[in-house]
Design a protein around this ligand. Structure first.
Ligand code: HEC
Length: 118
């Protein structure tokens, strides 16, 4: 009886975890930030020396970042930081002139951290 109950609870937890994973963004804020560090793909794209696949990956990362909820700061401010970043990342993928410079300016590490990093 005890075992059956535990198994039932386990199944419930697994299902709940699965359901939650479904609406979660593809990458967490931490995942994205890892790619901002010196060896990360975001850093590489910002340096201007990257492949098309890397640019697409960065767009995907920033779209996931925008879909996350920061643990500090309000949603409106988060959107204000992320909308221009996602727009600039799209332009980088499209190969628009000056897009990398725009993305660099938009993805301002310290401004966003001041508002949203705990
Ligand atoms: C749009 C907002 C935003 C931008 C732009 C941003 N960050 Fe962050 N960063 C965050 C948030 C929010 C956290 C806190 C993460 C958490 O609470 O899980 C964070 C945390 C970090 C961390 C710590 C990660 C950890 O594992 O705790 C590093 C390193 C980092 N950022 C690097 C950078 C670098 C380098 C840049 C610029 C190239 C950058 N970030 C740009 C929002 C941003």
């Amino acid at each position: 009886m005890r075992i059956a109950l535990s198994l039932g609870l386990l199944a419930l937890f697994v299902t709940a975890g699965y359901l939650r994973a479904e609406d979660k963004p593809k990458y967490t804020i931490k995942d994205v930030m890892k790619e901002c560090k010196p060896k990360g793909v975001i850093k590489k794209v910002l340096s201007g020396d990257s492949t098309d696949a890397e640019k697409k990956k960065v767009l995907e990362l920033f779209e996931a970042l925008a879909a996350n909820k920061p643990s500090k700061g309000d949603a409106e401010s988060w959107k204000k930081f992320n909308d221009p970043i996602v727009a600039a990342a799209k332009d980088v993928v499209d190969g628009k002139d000056g897009a990398v410079a725009t993305l660099k300016k938009a993805a301002n590490c310290s401004d966003c951290h001041a508002e949203h990093k705990k």
